[in-house]
Design a protein around this ligand. Structure first.
Ligand code: ADP
Ligand code: MG
Length: 463
């Protein structure tokens, strides 16, 4: 009888040679190289199989998801027959045996490796590392949604299926949805989690439907991506409303997952009742489980959100400033956070103490802050270049008028943050002209010193 263990080793060596050609190096080296085939005296050995062991948990789930068929086919070629493959995670001995006291460094290295594995796993599932339950501030506005999300994460597929999270823009839907994903990955590392925005789902679907030789393969790949999972988190589902092909695919994906007891979570910035153009059969699926709504957080919760955010970024914020921000930005957590980011960054860079007064000034909403309008900006540009204001808004093309117009377009966008179409309306131009002019100015400013000074001078006149 041949020595099986030796055979397996040789088969794996040959298979590796084949895989080296097929798998990118940045996957081959970290995830394929550490693999060792199990020997027949090992507990994980399986008769008539080749069991491939690795102590890299992320690598194992990654290879199983993305390269399993390549590995199986390389094994078949290497041994000349069909030999089923299992790729499994086996913690290294260092993990099992308590470490000797004098070697703490190894322990730390190992922990770091595990954390890195987890981080990579989370980013593979397209999750933002910040969006966890721990970083979510619970208020009366979100208590029900938070509890439902927690329960789903503790027993995926068993409680509320689907869980449908609604709430206005910037209110915490994506955060809560991804927190479910993080928690499941941590507590059930064997489960596959997939997060996607519906827009991405639609684009990939369109891409897979294109006719051609590979269309079958592409569609199969698309379906594998969304159906070969244990937890599907589909965000901004309102995007699908009325898009026939997308809604049909969501319906089929939903049924395929639901019947296998897999968890589905949807998020939408509109309630289900507003999905008038969605076929009844899909709308009723949305309603099957539990729908929870996140409301606008009250003042106390908004202050806590700011404080938590500051704590995470190691920034000391006074109660006064947190309260000022919470008072001013009262209906959108994303804007509240944006304002906090702006004032804290400004104070850190300038090295000044952040008071409520300073925050007001930075945000341009202090009592003394001048209200800047497009008219003021255009006036000041006309004044600086000594041209008539009406010429800036016309199609006149003298050198000075063109320069004044370009500066005005740039400054209106920079200072007032107007969209390209809105800026176009101000200047009587279409939005592509504005886009071109703005981008050109931005590029020129990178290298053109005199132009930088000109813009600075005009800004002084404006503010
Ligand atoms: P939505 O998906 O509803 O548009 P997001 O989930 O993207 O909103 O939230 C916007 C921002 O506000 C994110 O950075 C998120 O972390 C933060 N945020 C929202 N709600 C909370 C909360 N309750 N606690 C902490 N951060 C929050
Ligand atoms: Mg969102």
């Amino acid at each position: 009888m041949p020595d099986l263990a030796l055979n397996y080793e040789q088969i794996w060596e040959d298979a590796k040679e084949i895989l080296k050609e097929k798998i990118p190096n940045n996957t081959f080296e970290p995830w394929i190289l550490p693999i060792i085939p199990a020997k027949n005296n090992e507990e994980c050995f399986k008769k008539d199989h080749i069991v491939l062991k690795s102590d890299k948990s992320f690598g194992v789930s990654f290879l199983n998801q993305k390269y399993f068929s390549e590995i199986q086919s390389a094994i078949n070629t290497a041994c000349g027959e069909n030999l089923p493959v299992n790729i499994i995670f086996v913690p290294s001995d260092v993990k099992k045996a308590p470490k000797k006291k004098e070697k703490p460094a190894e322990h730390i290295v190992l922990m770091k490796e595990q954390i890195d594995n987890l981080k990579q796993m989370h980013s593979f599932c397209a999750l933002n590392l910040k969006y966890t339950f721990e970083n979510f501030v619970i208020g009366d506005n979100s208590l029900v949604a938070y509890n439902a999300a927690k329960q789903v994460s503790e027993a995926p597929g068993q409680k509320f299926n689907p869980l449908f999270i609604t709430g206005s823009v910037g209110i915490g839907k994506t955060h809560l949805m991804q927190a479910i994903g993080h928690s499941i990955l941590k507590n059930f590392p064997d489960l596959k989690v997939k997060y996607a925005k519906t827009e991405e789902f639609t684009n990939q679907l369109i891409d897979s439907c294109q006719k051609g030789q590979e269309s079958y393969q592409k569609m199969k790949k698309f379906r594998d991506r969304y159906r070969n999972v244990d937890v599907l988190l589909l965000d901004d589902i309102q995007f699908a409303e009325g898009k026939k092909r997308t809604e049909e695919e969501i319906f089929n994906t939903f049924d395929a997952l639901f019947h296998l007891g897999k968890q589905i979570v949807f998020a939408s910035d509109r309630p289900i009742s507003s999905f008038k153009n969605t076929p009844d059969r899909l709308r009723s699926r949305y309603e099957w489980g539990l729908a929870v709504d996140i409301l606008v957080p009250d003042f106390k919760t908004r202050v806590e959100i700011i404080e938590k955010h500051a704590q995470r970024s190691n920034f000391e914020i006074s109660k006064g400033v947190a309260e000022f921000l919470a008072e001013t930005f009262d209906n959108n957590v994303r804007e509240l956070e944006g304002a906090y980011n702006k004032v804290s960054a400004y104070a850190s860079i300038k090295g000044i103490e952040l008071t409520a007064e300073a925050a007001k000034e930075i945000l341009g909403i202090g009592e003394n802050a001048k209200k800047i309008t497009p008219e003021i900006i255009i006036d000041k540009c006309a004044e600086y270049f000594n041209v008539a204001k009406k010429d800036i808004l016309s199609t006149a093309r003298s050198k000075e008028v063109k320069e004044a117009r370009q500066a005005a377009i740039y400054l209106v966008r920079e200072i007032l943050d107007t969209s390209f179409p809105a800026t176009g309306e101000i200047f009587n131009k279409n939005h592509t002209t504005i886009l071109y002019s703005y981008n050109k100015m931005k590029k020129d400013l990178l290298t053109d010193r005199p132009l930088q000074n000109t813009i600075k001078e005009i800004e002084k006149l404006i503010r």
